[in-house]
Design a protein around this ligand. Structure first.
Ligand code: FES
Length: 259
């Protein structure tokens, strides 16, 4: 980046992932739970819905900590006036005194009061990792099936040592040996995603989302094991045959892999 000049050209991967309205499976009763800047994709989905035929209901629940954290306020107002299918609920968790709008956290009780019957809707969640983990848990506690929830992830989980399945006694700064069959080996921190430590040591795999979604970064584990967080959307057969998504996998012991 130090050498980038105005007018330089960049190439990028094309849009990808599963965080969009899918008319085959998502129905017409839609809820978007946005946290902070996670509001951004809601606007494109709303504009997409507006081009489609159907008796849509779209409830945008936009959570922010403070009133002045709210972004795209004008754009949301314009959309709300323009589209009858759209309901917007702005929720502030740390309001200033005298704030008149909705306040609180998107817990199960709050969501039920706001949305009514929960189980037949399709949910999209986008926001910081803690936000989407929290919302996902609340929806699960309300018996919303996981197939009715789409989550836009933002990279690997932070603080993997707090994840379920983290080995007792292992500390985040511990190091293990990663051996790449036929190529070499290196030391890696247990709290760093495998793909990052591979790249740091001159190895790589194809990759795109770096959030566990696309599976381009798959590597096969020959020996040892990694911790796969919920973000790793592994197929059953991947797990069975030892494949992992290296962008979100944490090497919690010495491993040997094939890339
Ligand atoms: S880069 Fe997409 S799953 Fe790892």
């Amino acid at each position: 980046l130090d050498d980038v000049k105005v007018g330089d050209t960049f190439s990028s991967t094309s849009p990808m992932g599963s965080f969009y309205y899918n008319p085959l499976f998502h129905g017409t009763d839609l809820v978007f739970l946005a946290g902070g800047s996670g509001i951004a994709p809601a606007l494109s989905i709303i504009n997409d819905i507006a081009t489609r035929e159907g008796d849509f209901k779209f409830h945008l629940v936009y959570a922010s900590s403070y009133e002045n954290d709210v972004i795209f306020d004008e754009e949301i107002k314009v959309l709300n006036e323009k589209y009858d299918f759209l309901t917007v609920s702005k929720v502030i968790s740390r309001p200033t005194e005298g704030y008149k709008g909705l306040t609180g956290h998107l817990n199960a009780k709050f969501l039920t009061q706001l949305l009514g019957k929960m189980t037949d809707k399709m949910y999209y969640i986008c926001g910081p990792t803690n936000f989407h983990n929290f919302c996902e848990d609340q929806l699960a506690s309300l018996n919303v099936k996981s197939r009715r929830v789409r989550i836009e992830c933002n990279g690997p989980p932070k603080n993997p040592e707090n994840l379920k399945g983290w080995p007792a006694g292992l500390i985040a700064s511990d190091e293990v040996t990663v051996t790449i069959k036929g190529k070499g080996s290196f030391k890696a921190r247990v709290d760093e995603p495998l793909l990052n430590s591979m790249e740091r040591n001159g190895y790589s795999t194809e990759n795109a989302c770096r959030s566990g979604e696309c599976s381009l970064c798959r590597v096969k584990i020959l020996k040892g094991s990694v911790l796969n967080p919920p973000e790793a959307h592994l197929r059953e057969t991947d797990e069975e045959y030892g494949w992992t998504h290296s962008c979100v996998a944490f090497p919690v012991e010495d491993i040997e892999i094939v890339i």
